[in-house]
Design a protein around this ligand. Sequence first.
Ligand code: HEC
Length: 106
Amino acid sequence: MLTKRLLFAVMFILMLVAGGVQAGGDAAKGAELAAADCADCHGDDGMGDEDNPKIAGLDPAEHIKMLKGYKSGEIPDEDEMMIDSVSGLSDQDMADIAAYYAGLGG
Ligand code: HEC
């Protein structure tokens, strides 16, 4: 009886943990989006170059904020380099991409 309850409790906690990871962004999905949409400019590893800022290792919350800022126009995209890439991204896409780049570089 006690063991069964304990098992349920552990399963419940595991579900919460797994759910939390999902909501924070799926890095594997982000890797696909990034390869198609961001790597041309920011590099395969997100390290950037003289024309493009480094985005590897960014804090995910900060990264999402910047992507949303470009999308809404709140962050001026003077060279209009970013707008095409972010205009088609959903909030979930941004979270996935941010999760992917957070794991790179550093
Ligand atoms: C056409 C080239 C290009 C593409 C594609 C591109 N970027 Fe950028 N990105 C830039 C440039 C250049 C800047 C610097 C600001 C500017 O000129 O708009 C920048 C700025 C940024 C910044 C702000 C960095 C900082 O420290 O201020 C982030 C974050 C970013 N890009 C992420 C992304 C992500 C994620 C993608 C894919 C969805 C992407 N970029 C696609 C060229 C690009």
